[in-house]
Unconditional design. Sequence first.
Length: 107
Amino acid sequence: MSRAEWGRAAGMAAFIIALHVTEWFTLVAIVAPEHNSLGTMGFGIGIGVSAYTLGMRHAFDADHIAAIDNTTRKLMDESRPTGDVAIFLPCSALLCPALQESVSSPP
């Protein structure tokens, strides 16, 4: 890889790490201290960890890998850059739980 490609890859990795840190901060510092509940069930760190784990597992489902592969192949056929394709789907899998956490907590 060229120096520019390494820089782009490092930027993507830093962005993904920042998303993870933001999501965990949201759960631990904002959502969990509120002691939210749904009926008699409390919402705390345990449910947040379960949602995070299932979201990470979901990001690597076969249909997601196939979507990334198909998009990459199409872009390669069109002689377009393919380096950023794999970042968008996993990012959406991380952003959805973070948005759910921030929207579900009462003001």
